[in-house]
Design a protein around this ligand. Structure first.
Ligand code: NAD
Length: 512
């Protein structure tokens, strides 16, 4: 665990237990029950924490509110400078940060490095944005008047994250939120708390050299669902950004809505790819394997449904099976391995249950699904990614099982393919492989994919930070990262200024 030492995280503990409340000013042990986080690589204990409690949240909220009072008045380009330096610090420790991701989330190192790169990229993006928090000037209908729109800092933002992108998701929210003038409280997944401490440490290294930046601008509380619920119900957070399962999102959305706060939700996906008879199948094959088996099927954008034209399905499945059989499965930090472990035994159990349900519902497992024991670290749950041929309307196909199961479905005409693609509760990512301009355009048109992401001749996973990321329906409707997602972290004011000597009323109303 040399990476923890290099990053300085090893010092964030008392005895064997890490601090659970970190605000830059304060370090406290959690006052709730203790828990250990395990590495999915071999099931070994990695870290020990006590849950931070809802009571501890109250004092943190006070610190965040104080931090907001200063941060909101610091010019945005200076806040950009903070983020620029955080990006530099993350560059310096890219290897070590990636190792922490691999240890906690089980990602293969190249993907973990990619995740840190995403953080670095979003820093660069946010620095540019810090000089472009533009409003509008609007013509007034009244003589001697001027109107404008301004974007103002919003307040402390809470970020609740999932285990599978422990750094990228925080960085999408935090780097933009900081530039927008909002202190950020992270409540990470209980399965990846060290990643949170690593990011905290990187940011605090920078803040230590920028005395005008309030320390609590980057804060962390480690805790479970109870802490998440306390955060969601606390009116000190005008925005709660929550990433995770749809069940979690529904709970958070209702709690935040009950106090008329805003929530930004990034929830489960059930992503599909349509493979048309005209598709470049070599290209499609590579995209399918990376999207479906990469990250051991544990991306929100993982390809779960392959909607293949009946004329090409048999040949494609045959090639897929060959490709799957050549995937090297094993220790995520060993070079050459492409598929690491599932996060834990529960996840393995869910995968097996889904495969059994698929069989009961008429599906045929044509490849994989079983646990891999040979040549992998004992104690980890490694699986052969599965390929299942099944009817598109089987119940299990409607669900997101967070494991590598690819359901192969068939279609006869393209409109039917789009209908199958849209006919699930989730709406995150989608793709079509086609050489037909008409099919590609139809897929992206109002009558096409109903997802937040609709790709042509690219797989469903691996989005770039420049676009707005997120999805519709049960995926929650949120958009993060690029495009105009920065507006989530600001409030809009409309200002009307009267520089004339009269007081004309709008809509020509006379009131005298
Ligand atoms: P999860 O829902 O179990 O946990 C996510 C986070 O929510 C954790 O921090 C957890 O403590 C917290 N939480 C759980 N219940 C809560 C509640 N009632 N109130 C407040 N907080 C609560 O998810 P997971 O297993 O860590 O992650 C996998 C899921 O996340 C998948 O469904 C995946 O698709 C989704 N995901 C979505 C995106 C996206 O951008 N759309 C990105 C990554 C992961």
């Amino acid at each position: 665990l040399a990476c923890l030492e290099t990053l300085g995280i090893h010092s964030l503990k008392q005895g064997d237990t890490f601090y659970s409340v970190l605000t830059g000013n304060t370090r406290e042990m959690g006052q709730g029950h203790s828990f250990s986080a395990h590495s999915p690589i071999d099931g070994s204990g990695l870290s020990q924490f006590n849950n931070a409690t809802p009571e501890q949240l109250s004092s943190v909220v006070g610190e965040l509110q104080d931090a907001f009072k200063s941060l909101r008045t610091i010019p945005a380009p200076r806040r950009g400078e903070l983020v620029r330096r955080i990006g530099e610090e993350a560059r310096k420790y890219k290897e070590e940060l990636a190792q922490v991701i691999s240890l906690e989330a089980g990602k293969i190192l190249p993907e973990a490095l990619g995740e840190v790169q995403e953080w670095i990229d979003v820093c660069d993006y946010a620095v540019g944005q810090s000089r472009m928090l533009h409003g509008l000037s609007i013509v007034s209908e009244r003589p001697g008047h001027r109107m404008m729109e301004q974007w103002q800092p919003l307040g402390p933002v809470a970020v609740i994250t999932a285990f599978n992108f422990p750094m990228a998701v925080w960085s999408w929210n935090a780097m933009l939120g900081l530039v927008c003038g909002d202190p950020i409280l992270l409540k990470p997944s209980e399965k990846a708390p060290l990643c949170a401490l690593a990011m905290y440490q990187i940011a605090q290294n920078v803040i230590a050299e920028m005395p005008d930046i309030p320390k609590a601008s980057v804060s962390v509380m480690i805790g479970d669902r109870d802490l998440g619920e306390a955060i969601a119900s606390n009116p000190a957070f005008p925005l709660v950004s929550a990433t995770g399962s749809t069940a979690m999102g529904k709970a958070v959305a209702q709690t935040v809505a009950a106090r008329l706060g805003r929530s930004l939700l990034e929830l489960g996906g059930n992503n599909a790819m349509i493979v048309s008879p005209t598709a470049d199948l070599d290209l499609a094959l590579r995209a399918i394997v990376f999207s479906a088996a990469g990250t051991a099927g544990q991306r929100c954008t993982t390809l779960r449904r392959l909607i293949t034209h009946e004329s090409v399905v048999d040949g494609l499945v045959e090639r897929l099976v060959k490709s799957y059989a050549s995937l090297s499965i094993g220790h995520p930090m060993e070079e050459g391995n492409l598929v690491g472990p599932l996060i834990d035994e529960t996840s393995f159990g869910r995968m097996q249950a889904a495969l059994n349900a698929a069989k009961e519902q008429g599906g045929e497992v044509v490849y994989g699904g079983e646990r891999v024991i040979a040549n992998v670290p004992a104690g980890g749950f490694y699986v052969k990614p599965a390929i299942v041929r099944i009817a598109h309307d089987a119940e299990i196909v409607q669900e997101e099982t967070f494991a590598p199961i690819l359901y192969v479905l068939t279609y006869t005409d393209f409109d039917e393919a789009i209908e199958i693609q849209n006919n699930v509760p989730q709406g995150l990512s989608s793709a079509v492989f086609t050489e037909s301009m008409r099919e590609a355009e139809l897929f992206m048109s109002p009558a096409g994919s109903d997802c937040g992401i609709a790709n042509v001749n690219i797989g469903t996973s691996g989005a770039e930070i420049g676009g707005a990321f997120g999805g519709e329906k049960e995926t929650g409707g949120g958009r993060e990262s690029g495009s105009d997602a920065w507006r989530n972290y600001m409030r809009r004011t409309t200002n009307t200024v009267n520089y004339g000597g009269d007081l004309p009323l709008a809509q020509g109303i006379v009131f005298e």
